[in-house]
Design a protein around this ligand. Structure first.
Ligand code: UDP
Length: 331
């Protein structure tokens, strides 16, 4: 399917990955941005606000009637809105309501309006920790957290709409994404912004667990490109695809690289108890994305961290989230 000139709804577009995706999509399409601004912020939409063809709607995806209204005239949906993993540890019902229930509401509204494509942004968290690695799309899905379970329910709801009603659905499982605009405050904050803030404040990065846990980190512009390509791909309708760089990096290594890059090798690491339900190993098999989409991420972790630090110093530092706050667990 040619995405060009479609009218596209992007939920969660004021968020981190959503805003980068929306910028790519806005080049050739009219957009309806749907966000409740609970995690996302208007600064993330600075390049889109006021742009012809872009409409911003403050709305909650759990409000079915509102979703039905906004779905009018929409050709394609990229569903990016979530309640995040850390929040799920203490607010499991919120995770369920937004990630599972909200997705079902969007499927209902999208189906009623006969959309041409429904693209569900899932998460590597649906796999749970790796039983075999690298992890292809047929790796068993045994999520360790309510967040992962709620994202898996969302996937299954979306795919059920394909199987039962023939709504063209594609499910994408991005692995950890990092880069400019990555959440850095409170429960939303992820490991790279937290380590960055700690180090720039002259504090020790706080590692939960032994730091040997791994993630497969992908730079955000590349995740956004992978999402756009997968969303347009006819061969992936009714199917699932990983979007990732395809390399595992330990959390300890992330801390060490950032210590080097910020000239803070002197501070050392501090270890705290592991986060409940923490995944120990994530390493994506990216063969399918390469073969079906011709998608390959090229920005390695060193280059990506350099670009992130540059952005953080220019813009991120003024967005809040203090070094001291980053020392406390954020769940
Ligand atoms: N982590 C850490 N210190 C922090 C934040 C996170 O050691 O200040 C660890 C966390 O326990 C997990 C990994 O870094 O093992 C990635 O966490 P993040 O919340 O960024 O992403 P996710 O858990 O969703 O993969």
């Amino acid at each position: 399917m040619e995405l060009k000139s479609k009218k596209i709804m992007v939920t969660g577009a004021a968020g981190f990955i959503g805003s980068h995706l929306a910028e790519l999509l806005a080049e050739d399409n009219d957009l309806v941005i749907v966000d409740d601004f609970s995690i996302g912020c208007i600064e993330n939409l600075a390049n889109l606000e006021g742009r012809p063809g872009v409409r911003i709607e403050r709305a909650d995806i759990t409000e079915l009637d509102k979703m039905r209204e906004l779905m009018e005239g929409i050709d394609v949906v990229f569903h990016m809105a979530i309640s995040c993993l850390r929040t799920s540890l203490n607010h499991p019902m919120l995770s369920h309501d937004i990630n599972s229930g909200g997705t079902l509401h969007l499927c209902m509204a999208a189906h009623e309006h006969g959309v041409e494509r429904f693209v569900y942004c899932s998460s590597s968290e649906v796999y749970g920790t790796a039983q075999t690695a690298p992890m292809a799309e047929d790796h068993p899905c045994h999520p360790t957290t309510v967040y992962g379970a709620s994202k898996l329910a969302g996937e299954n709801y979306a795919l059920a709409y394909w199987k039962t009603y023939g709504m063209p659905v594609t499910v994408i499982r991005p692995f950890n994404t990092y880069g400019p605009r990555e959440p850095q405050e409170g429960a939303r904050a992820e490991v790279i912004p937290r380590f960055t803030m700690q180090l720039l404040a002259g504090r020790q990065p706080v590692v939960y667990g032994d730091g040997e846990q791994t993630r497969d980190f992908t730079f955000v512009e590349e995740t956004a490109r992978g999402l756009m390509l997968a969303g347009a791909c006819d061969d992936l309708v009714g199917d699932v695809v990983n979007v990732a760089y395809g390399q595992e990096v330990s959390i300890r290594r992330i801390a060490e690289l950032l210590m080097e890059m910020t000239d803070r090798n002197d501070v050392g690491l501090r270890h705290e108890e592991a986060r409940p339900g923490d995944v120990l190993r994530h390493y994506a098999d990216v063969t399918k994305a390469k073969n079906v989409l011709g998608f390959e991420a090229k920005i390695d972790i060193e280059e990506g961290l350099r670009r992130y630090l540059e952005w953080f110093k220019a813009e991120g530092a003024s967005r809040g989230g203090e070094g001291e706050e980053a020392e406390r667990p954020n769940w």
